[in-house]
Write a protein that binds this ligand. Structure first.
Ligand code: URA
Length: 265
């Protein structure tokens, strides 16, 4: 049985007895600073603990301090705007790197690769990977400054399609693909109907609207087509259009029209 963890801001709010109004959406300090491009969360923690950050005229030394709309936040006495538009980066993940902040095996992480190619002006944001690609999967990986966008793009209810091209072992024919189109049962439950198309000998295009762990590999293995290589070509209406290892920032209208994102007011 899965138990929901209490979010960090709520733990901090309870500890400080902040007493929120119904519907109020408080935030926490490190996250707000990273989302609004002032400094990544790790750096924000250090600055806060060092006493460089104040809230409404008082020094705050608690990185998880609750921030509410209208709070006046200053860094070294300079007022910071914490309102942040949602920014989204489209990255072409190479093989060999993990979608995680550390790689004990030494192959490197997508965050290290991203940092090396970030466009000027975007270095001070805290970036979140939107979902996860396996180490040897290549292709389209989104990053965002806004964890609410991560939730939007990864929750199954958004039905955001993810299109993959898989190189597989075995003969690809309709008989094998048909169960994927109807939905099959994996060990963690049934899959939604997918779009499964034979693209050539040993090549399957599979479009799913979920993102469970190793889902594409597990689905194809379940119909007798073990995956040899996997590449993500598209997410939503967004098609990968940068060379391997490169990144570009999406325009706000792409985030809305191709990824179905509605910025909260
Ligand atoms: N499904 C997988 O099996 N692996 C990935 O990397 C992405 C989707």
């Amino acid at each position: 049985m899965s138990r929901k963890r209490t979010p960090k801001w709520l733990q901090a709010a309870r500890a400080s007895d902040a007493g929120f109004a119904p519907g109020e959406k408080p935030d926490w300090l490190t996250r707000a600073l990273a989302r609004s491009g002032h400094m990544p969360q790790a750096e924000a923690q250090v600055a806060i603990r060092a006493g460089r950050v104040s809230k409404n005229g008082e020094v705050v030394r608690e990185p998880m301090a609750v921030v509410r709309a209208g709070d006046e936040i200053r860094l070294d006495g300079r007022r910071l705007a914490l309102q942040a538009a949602t920014r989204v980066l489209l990255f072409h993940k190479p093989a060999g790197v993990v979608t995680s902040t550390v790689d004990p095996e030494g192959g490197g992480t997508v965050f290290e690769r991203l940092a090396a190619v970030l466009p000027p002006g975007l270095e001070r944001y805290g970036w979140h990977a939107v979902g996860r690609l396996d180490r040897n999967t290549t292709g389209l990986l989104l990053f965002t400054n806004d964890e609410r966008f991560v939730a939007h793009a990864t929750r199954p209810e958004s039905h955001l399609p993810k299109r993959y091209l898989a190189l597989v072992q075995g003969r690809v024919d309709d008989e094998r693909l048909e169960p994927l189109r109807r939905g099959i049962t994996l060990d963690d439950g049934p899959t939604r109907p997918a779009v499964a198309v034979a693209r050539g000998p040993g090549e399957v295009e599979l479009t799913i609207t979920e993102g469970r762990n190793h889902q594409v590999k597990r689905m194809l293995a379940a119909v007798g087509l073990p995956v040899r290589a996997l590449h993500r070509e598209a997410v939503g209406e967004l098609v990968l259009d940068v060379p391997e290892g490169q990144v570009r920032e999406l325009a706000p209208d792409e985030i809305a029209s191709r990824l179905g994102w509605r910025q909260e007011s």
